[in-house]
Design a protein around this ligand. Structure first.
Ligand SMILES: *[C@@H]1O[C@H](CO)[C@@H](O)[C@H](O)[C@H]1NC(C)=O
Ligand SMILES: *[C@@H]1O[C@H](CO)[C@@H](O)[C@H](O)[C@H]1NC(C)=O
Length: 406
């Protein structure tokens, strides 16, 4: 009798949560007042992806080598610099420069470089002057000027806030700068993934994945595509309706910018020039999972997209409010259980029309998995990013393509 009554009360509570009658506090971040769950924008949930996508290719494991494995861990993005230099920021925020040694490996420079901290540095790219730009959550867009020169190097915060004259999101703080690309005129296009700042764990490490799920639970898209203009130092929001804005790549002719929305599992396109300038559309939405990084390939026509596989099967139930409540707690529950999402490595190359022209895979995820970015060097190597791995995986594209054709 009592059990039945308790069951009925519990059921009524769950129904009330589902119907939005009982407000649910999201678990994160502690001590900060956050919005309760909102009604998602119409037509955006449940989340969809190409569930039938099969990775036939398995050429990555035999054609990927790790560099700097004993020196650096958790490099989300590798910045390819002049003369083969690499710019790297590890998971704790220490910045490194590495130069090719004569044995096909890399050596980090002996002179000390600053820490990009607090926070987690995700995107990194050299501009035309050889300065290293860094997207840091929660600081914003940083610049390490003269990184190769121990005397004159300095670390600057370029922007941490949307300018007042921005037509969208004027005055908003940039809580989660994630990825960036630089135009020929020096304009920096970059993303702020969400307004849910990364979670700082007890050990002082900034965990980014929690924000993905809390953003989904909130169902109030706050991801932005931003443009920083170095001439007048203004930061303009071009889009502000992304669920989790991630990788950014300018088109080869700079007519548009591609931006990955990891939660929506779509690549959006913002037009900079031409008849559609100022508007956006969907570039690609038949992805096998959440897109993370996007970059231009060296052929002048196509783009690399990395897929952060694992969570997508759960996301099919995202239209259920109760499930979104569970999502927001999930990273903590997964950590508690010592569990992780399944591993598989997928790199896609797509053309200007949004057609897949190449798939590179690691079916077991043994060597390459959960790749966060891929940048192609002129000599045919792909430098991969990852949030947790030690060292930097480097793919020999020629070898991988040869393995595929046999
Ligand atoms: C990778 O290399 C190993 C050892 O040479 C070989 O047995 C295996 O078949 C290769 N795998 C693929 C997918 O080519
Ligand atoms: C700075 O330049 C950009 C691009 O030309 C422009 O959109 C923005 O309004 C300018 N900001 C100010 C404060 O003039």
């Amino acid at each position: 009798m009592i059990a039945a009554a308790a069951g009925a009360v519990l059921l009524a509570l769950l129904v009330a949560v589902e119907l939005g009658q009982v407000p649910v506090r999201l678990p994160f971040p502690p001590g900060v007042e956050y919005d309760y769950m909102a009604e998602p924008p119409p037509g955006t949930l449940p989340l969809t992806w190409d569930a039938g996508f099969r990775v036939e290719d398995d050429s990555l494991p035999n054609n990927t080598k790790y560099i700097l494995q004993d020196q650096i861990a958790g490099v989300e993005t590798v910045a390819l610099g002049p003369e083969g230099w690499l710019g790297l920021v590890d998971k704790h925020g220490q910045i490194f420069m590495a130069e090719p040694d004569n044995q096909g490996g890399y050596a980090v420079t002996p002179h000390p470089l600053p820490w990009a901290s607090p926070g987690r540095s995700l995107g990194a790219k050299f501009d035309a002057n050889g300065d290293l730009l860094i997207a840091n959550a929660p600081l914003g867009l940083l610049q390490l000027a003269s990184p190769g020169d121990a005397q004159s190097q300095r670390l600057l915060l370029l922007t941490g806030r949307v300018s007042d004259e921005s037509p969208l999101s004027a005055g908003y703080p940039i809580e989660f700068a994630n990825s960036l690309d630089v135009a020929a005129d020096g304009t920096v296009y970059f993303t702020s993934s969400t307004d849910v700042v990364p979670y700082r764990t007890a050990s002082g490490y900034w965990e980014t994945s929690d924000s993905v799920f809390v953003s989904l639970a909130k169902a109030q898209p706050s991801g932005m595509l931003l443009a920083y203009h170095p001439d007048n130092r203004s930061t303009i929001a071009l889009m502000n309706d992304l669920w989790f804005a991630n990788g950014v790549a300018l088109a080869h002719d700079e007519s548009f910018v591609l931006v990955a929305d990891s939660v929506q599992m779509k690549i959006r396109r913002y037009w900079l020039h031409g008849p559609k300038a100022g508007s956006s559309d969907v570039f690609y939405d038949k992805l096998p999972g959440p897109p993370d990084g996007i970059s231009r390939s060296t052929d002048g026509q196509t783009y690399w997209i990395t897929i952060y596989c694992g969570a997508e099967k759960l996301l099919a139930y995202s239209h259920i409010r109760l499930v979104r409540v569970l999502f927001s707690w999930m990273p903590r529950i997964m950590r508690l259980l010592g569990q992780d999402f399944p591993n598989i490595g997928i790199l896609l190359r797509v053309n200007n029309k949004g057609e897949i022209v190449e798939v590179l895979g690691d079916k077991q995820g043994a060597v390459v998995s959960r790749v966060t970015s891929a940048f192609e060097s002129e000599d045919g190597r792909l430098f991969l990013g990852s949030l947790h791995k030690r060292g930097v995986p480097v793919v020999d594209l020629k070898g991988a393509r040869a393995a595929k054709s046999t």
